[in-house]
Design a protein around this ligand. Structure first.
Ligand code: APR
Length: 260
């Protein structure tokens, strides 16, 4: 992960972002793993840590990996669930909740950690599913794991048919949920301001939404400590972490708008 904490907040960029948001009537957030980095959850393009260091997510988050070694895949998801439960939402997630209190805001996320909802965001579309939901590999049984559930590392079995449950997550090589895609397409089409937060814009079709908004009429604000393929085409860049930038933008809006 880029060490965002060393980056300095550019107050001019913060004010510009606040100005663009204040003028907007329909805000969409396109968020990726970076918004959860400050919650202690490794992003995808950085090397994994600890016992998972020798694996890349693509080695684990695929139907082939699950068929080959379901116990290893479940152990990885249990590890990630433990990190999520321990870290919880950060100041960036909470700032988006504050923003949604006075602005029409919809979040389209590639993240499966559920931290936007845990922070209190109500209008969220999950393009890649949710790590806390599980579905049976064989029958239609579904369940949602409770965060407090003992996180062993054994594969989870279906209570109805006894077959293996799998995380209700879109794995590499699988299609995104059609309803989520349709909702996201409509939200992006209606938006007049888009915040692209913590995504490397490398994984399609999710990255196509970023390409669409950058080529469209909406103003685009990118929050990412590192440059991405669209950094040169956005209206405003904050080259710092989301947990630094978003609260600063909310504070600038509060300062500038007595009505908030
Ligand atoms: N704040 C904001 N952005 C950050 C922070 C931070 N604190 N720390 C890192 N970033 C940025 C990185 O610079 C990078 O551009 O977040 C981005 C994370 O990129 P990826 O790891 O590629 O994550 P993401 O873009 O969400 O990946 C998309 O790929 O592996 C699949 O399904 C998986 O949803 C994932 C998808």
């Amino acid at each position: 992960m880029t060490d965002a904490t060393d980056a300095v907040l550019d107050s001019v960029a913060v004010d510009r972002a606040a100005e663009l948001i204040a003028q907007a009537t329909n805000i969409v957030v396109l968020s990726g793993a970076g918004i959860s980095a400050e919650s202690g959850i490794p992003t995808f393009r950085e090397a994994q840590t600890g016992l998972w260091a020798r694996f890349s997510p693509a080695d684990l988050a695929s139907p082939e990996a699950f068929a080959r070694d379901p116990a290893r895949v479940w152990a990885w998801y249990h590890w990630r669930r433990t990190l999520i439960a321990r870290g919880g939402p950060n100041a960036g997630h909470h700032a988006l909740v504050s923003l949604a209190a006075t602005q029409h805001l919809h979040i389209i996320t590639q993240n499966v950690d559920g931290l936007h909802q845990a922070a209190g965001s109500a209008s969220v579309t999950e393009l890649h599913g949710n790590i806390w939901r599980e579905r049976c590999s064989n029958c239609a049984h579904r369940r949602t794991a409770r965060i407090a559930e003992a996180q062993g590392d054994a594969p989870v079995r279906c209570a109805d048919c006894g077959d293996l449950m799998r995380p209700d997550i879109v794995w590499f090589g699988e299609h995104l949920p059609t309803r989520a895609l349709a909702t996201a397409e409509q939200a992006v089409a209606d938006a007049d301001c888009v915040l692209v937060i913590g995504t490397s814009n490398q994984v399609y079709p999710a990255a196509a939404f970023v390409d669409t908004v950058v080529a469209g009429k909406a103003t685009v604000i990118e929050i990412n400590p590192a440059r991405t393929p669209v950094s040169g085409d956005v209206d405003c860049c904050l080259r710092v972490s989301a947990s630094l930038a978003l609260p600063a933008i909310v504070a600038a809006l509060d300062a500038g708008q007595p009505s908030r």
